[in-house]
Design a protein around this ligand. Sequence first.
Ligand SMILES: [Fe+2]
Length: 285
Amino acid sequence: MATTSANMDVTMHPTSAHHDACDKLSTDSAAVPNKDSTLDSTAASSASLSQSQSQSGCRLAAVNKFTLNPDEPKRDLQQLVEALQEELEKGKDLNRLYNIMMSYDASGNEWKRFEYWDDKKKYTRNLIAEIPDCFGLMLLCWNSEKASPIHNHAGSECFMKVLQGSIMERQYVIRGGEGDGSVDKDAMQQQQSVAENSRIPRSDIILTNEKTYTAGSCTFINDSLGVHAISNPSSERAVTLHCYIPAYDACKSWSPTAEGDGEECRVQQCHISYDTEQGERVSHD
Ligand SMILES: [Fe+2]
């Protein structure tokens, strides 16, 4: 059992075992020839995927339909963790959880205690608090002009609130998988593990929504809605606060391959690690 500086009762995940080559895919800029190609590659993917969307006539992903409660009190970071825990002990009311995430007042800058930057990575992942089998709260610090791969959320609910800068989210549906209304939740859970060297046609990844979020706004996704890629397209750094319900240590990613004229995407299992936990650097040696 470990606690945050605010003595919130949280247990930390062991992390050293979770770092593998797939982490490099998602966070290590050494895997990318230069910073421009990161976004160029994403933009090229989106153009191609947009085209397949129009060809398939696939439905648009459900957009956030949460109702903001104007009477929700502002919360500091400790109050945010306590409110999330309290709410999740009652059930999983996504609208309430959205309002709790929106209630976090970032102007107090407490989050800066968890801020960690690494110029060699696209972004860093920094654990603030975790209650096993309940939720994980973390800060992601995005270098400029960097993007995540397309990824799912391992059956969890995911809220992402922008604290600094602006963030672009592209949502996709995977034909026969995440976001495809013809696939039920149980079948999707069974698809969580990925065979090595698994590939799907790029046309099976269908862009459904693209939106830029600025500081103070919050978005939501789960595997029933689809998958997404997050990017910081600006020349400024960006910071996002993520709540995963529950936290998870592995997910799937989709990356275009150079083979087959780029008509395929590689599907990989990604093990997730943290760069810092409660403000302390995590060693992956
Ligand atoms: Fe995500």
